[in-house]
Structure formats: structure tokens, C-alpha cells
Design a protein around this ligand. Structure first.
Ligand SMILES: Cc1cc2nc3c(=O)[nH]c(=O)nc-3n(C[C@H](O)[C@H](O)[C@H](O)COP(=O)(O)O)c2cc1C
Length: 237
């Protein structure tokens, strides 16, 4: 009896651990990851971060319209962006790995593609993975490609989180393009009337926090992640 009690205490003491493996170019995935992790931590979950760092620093903003067009073109061709060696954090065991990053020309970003090619099987194979996408407005093709790659790596996944920028079109596309090119569309007397802010809204950040809490609860209670509804007014439109 005492032995059983001891075992129970041991298992309740065991920390549930989540690894955030992510890349962020202009900071948007970064803020979502931040709020999601805050929600998890508030549920008593231990969180670990591994940021994918390109070997050659990618400067944001890109600083010219021409370079932004060139980037759109190379990313459309799924150009891989080599990343630095992963840290030893990625060799440990986790209850869940959250793989997060932006959409680049309908695809996962170059650093995430490189990660999947080089380390995907080793780090994600046989593990529970929850993908997280941050994008301007169109995540479906990205998700199709990512799903194929995750399957190839042998990862287990059953759900998806995607946040799109809340601005109306076509101003959202114009605004994001100009922002990447290093302009300030919010301050333009004409575009600024329709485009007031780059990226995700504060309400979406709070939604990410709520999602983090729900994931924490699900991990603690041992219920399937697939049962969590990430389709809300603020995410996965
Ligand atoms: C090169 C490039 C291509 C992009 N292509 C798309 C796209 O095809 N669809 C989309 O919805 N957003 C696209 N975006 C916008 C980003 O996905 C969006 O701004 C995202 O929130 C950025 O996340 P990050 O700040 O973590 O890098 C693109 C951004 C860049 C830099």
C-alpha cells in the first residue's frame, strides 16, 4: 500500500515537458509561441525552447522591394535555408513537440524545411507533434506540404494551430509585402487608412494563451490533443 502511494506521488511529481521548436523571421511566430508557452506554464507544464537559427543571419526587414520579390521567388521554389546545429535539448524526451513557423510563399519557411530534411526523422520520428503556423492569410497549402513531410519523418500528429493576420485584403497582402521590404505602410497617408498594424492582434495573443492552457490540461489529463478545438473566430479561419 505504502509502495503504491509512493509510486503515485512519484508519477504526480513527474514534470510534463513540451519542446517548442520554432523559427520566426519577423517576430510573429515568436509572440504566439510566447503566449502559448505562458498558458502551458500556468498549467504546471515545463517548457523548453529551441529556436532554429539560420547559419547566415536573415535580416528583417529585407530592405528593398527588389530583394523582397527575390525572396518571394526563392521561397516559392522551397529553397532550404541551412540552420546551425541543434542543441542537446532536442535529444531529450518530451511529452509534446510544438513545431512552429511562418508560411513562406505557400510553403513552410526555408529554415523549417531544412530542419525537416536534416533532423526531422531523428527529432520528430515516433514523437507527438503539434504544428503551429503563423501566416498572413493562407495556410492550407503550407499545411498540406508540412503534413506530408511530418508523415515521412514518422511523427504523430492529430491537430493544427494556425493564426492568420486579422487585416482585410488586399491591404493585408500589400501591408505585409511593404513591411518585409522595410517600408512603414501603417504610416502611409493612403494605405494607413486600411492597414493600421502589422501581424497578429492582441486578441489572438490571448487566444494563444488560452490554447496553451487547453493543451496543458489535455496533457495533464491524458486526453487526446485531437479533441481540442483550435478552430475559433481568432484562429484557423
Ligand atoms: C518570403 C515570405 C513569403 C510569405 N508568403 C506568405 C504566403 O504565401 N502566405 C501567407 O499567408 N503569408 C505569407 N507570408 C507572411 C508570413 O507568413 C507572416 O507575416 C507571418 O506572420 C510571419 O511570421 P514570422 O514573423 O514568425 O516570420 C510570407 C512572408 C515572407 C517573409
Amino acid at each position: 500500500m505504502a509502495e503504491k502511494q509512493e509510486m503515485l506521488t512519484d508519477s504526480s511529481k513527474k514534470h510534463i515537458k513540451v519542446l517548442f521548436l520554432y523559427f520566426s523571421f519577423s517576430g510573429q511566430t515568436g509572440v504566439i509561441v510566447n503566449r502559448l508557452s505562458a498558458g502551458l506554464k500556468d498549467q504546471g507544464i515545463k517548457v523548453v525552447f529551441e529556436k532554429l537559427k539560420p547559419l547566415k543571419h536573415l535580416r528583417f526587414p529585407v530592405s528593398s522591394i527588389l530583394r523582397t520579390f527575390a525572396m518571394m521567388l526563392t521561397t516559392f521554389c522551397r529553397k532550404r535555408v541551412p540552420i546551425q546545429e541543434l542543441s542537446s535539448k532536442c535529444n531529450r524526451e518530451y511529452d509534446l513537440i510544438i513545431l512552429a513557423g511562418p508560411t513562406w510563399s505557400y510553403n513552410p519557411s526555408g529554415p523549417v524545411l531544412f530542419f525537416l530534411d536534416k533532423y526531422g526523422e531523428e527529432v520528430l520520428g515516433g514523437r507527438e507533434v503539434l504544428p503551429l503556423i503563423s501566416c498572413r492569410g493562407y495556410w492550407k497549402q503550407h499545411w498540406r506540404g508540412l503534413r506530408r513531410k511530418l508523415k515521412k519523418c514518422g511523427a504523430h500528429f492529430s491537430n493544427l494551430i494556425a493564426f492568420t493576420h486579422p487585416n482585410p485584403e488586399p491591404w493585408c497582402t500589400i501591408g505585409v509585402f511593404l513591411k518585409i521590404a522595410g517600408k512603414n505602410p501603417e504610416r502611409s497617408s493612403f494605405i494607413g487608412k486600411h492597414y493600421t498594424r502589422f501581424g497578429h492582434s492582441n486578441h489572438q495573443m490571448e487566444e494563444a494563451y488560452r490554447f496553451g492552457k487547453m493543451i496543458g490540461e489535455s496533457l495533464r489529463d491524458g486526453t487526446p490533443l485531437a479533441e481540442i478545438n483550435f478552430h475559433t473566430d481568432l484562429a484557423l479561419p
